[in-house]
Design a protein around this ligand. Structure first.
Ligand code: TA6
Length: 307
């Protein structure tokens, strides 16, 4: 089983603007749609689309839980979110400019997580997790969920000998690296920062980091990504596609990569699947949809240079 944990999910409200986003001006939208938000839920969506059984976990606000659950149902995501009493799941507003000029995201503050709900999540994992499972912890942390709480969550997953994947940033990413997990997806700036925290030359620093993390995928946006796994480096060149909205592309990559990796443990196939699904995703206007059949074709265009 793959469990995705979204500690701070969102409901994405996508505003399709008539013109380029301009400050100090009324920016009018001609269309508004909603999508699931939060990086772990996007991972679950990708796994579901690829037919890989998974369960979306995390916290969600009680006050708009029905709306949140409606979007999950539309995306056919199986979930067991823990409701935060009197909490609201935040909205991420994604302003999308016409003619592929890009998108801008504004995200609301999160709900406040009490100790009771933190314990509920840990108890569930204590009960359910096995060494055959993959756990993806992805996205930002909500208010009152501290580094110690993240440490306890990661340590529990490690004790259960699950494969622990973390799509985290900032201090949370550093915490995951310090604890040693199986998968991280820093962007190239975050990777450079992680390497600076190691000692010696760039190669030595990478070797030290690779000793703590089984699989590192450094995303380079539309250029693709570079992966360090099993003592080898894999340069992944993404297919060239027409970008409509890149929101959620990284999350789609992670979900599709883990879906394939859980199936075959073949790094080449997993990287190709992640890259092709992300390439399919950016061609669509919402923040999660991609076409698995189209991705299958796009896989033929993914180039991987092993060294
Ligand atoms: O990566 C896309 C996305 O998951 C959006 O759906 C939006 O909800 C945002 O990122 C949430 O990111 P955060 O890092 O705050 O969890």
């Amino acid at each position: 089983m793959i469990y995705t944990i979204t500690l701070n999910p969102a409901i994405d409200r996508l505003l399709f603007l008539d013109n380029e986003l301009t400050k100090r001006k009324t920016n009018r939208a001609s269309k508004v749609t909603y999508d699931i938000g939060g990086k772990g839920t996007h991972g679950s969506y990708a796994m579901t689309r690829l037919g890989i059984e998974n369960l979306a976990l995390g916290f969600a606000g009680e006050r708009n839980f029905e709306t949140f659950e409606q979007v999950l149902k539309q995306k056919e995501i199986t979930h067991a979110f823990i409701q935060i009493p009197n909490g609201m799941t935040r909205e991420s507003i994604v302003a999308i400019e016409p003619d592929n000029q890009g998108s801008t995201m504004l995200t609301e503050p999160s709900f406040f997580v009490r100790e009771e709900e933190k314990k509920q999540l840990l108890d569930f994992l204590e009960e359910q997790l096995t060494g055959k499972d993959i756990v993806l912890i992805a996205g930002s942390l909500p208010e009152n969920f501290h580094m110690d709480d993240l440490k306890e969550l990661i340590q529990l997953a490690k004790i259960k000998q699950a494969f622990v994947a973390c799509d985290l940033s900032g201090e949370a990413l550093h915490q995951a690296v310090q604890l040693g997990v199986d998968f991280i997806k820093p962007n190239e700036f975050e990777l450079a920062e992680l390497l600076r925290a190691e000692h010696g030359s760039a190669v030595e620093a990478l070797e030290q980091l690779a000793q703590k993390i089984t699989c590192i995928v450094a995303s380079k946006g539309e250029e693709g990504s570079v992966c360090y796994y099993g003592g080898k480096q894999y340069q992944v060149i993404a297919p060239k596609v027409k970008e409509i909205n890149d929101t959620g592309a990284g999350d789609c990559f992670v979900g599709a990569f883990l879906a394939e990796f859980s199936n075959c443990r073949n790094i080449n196939e997993a990287l190709k699947t992640g890259s092709a699904c992300a390439a399919s995703k950016v061609q669509y206007e919402d923040s999660s949809y991609f076409d698995p059949k189209e991705a299958k074709q796009l896989m033929k265009q993914v180039k991987i240079i092993e060294s």
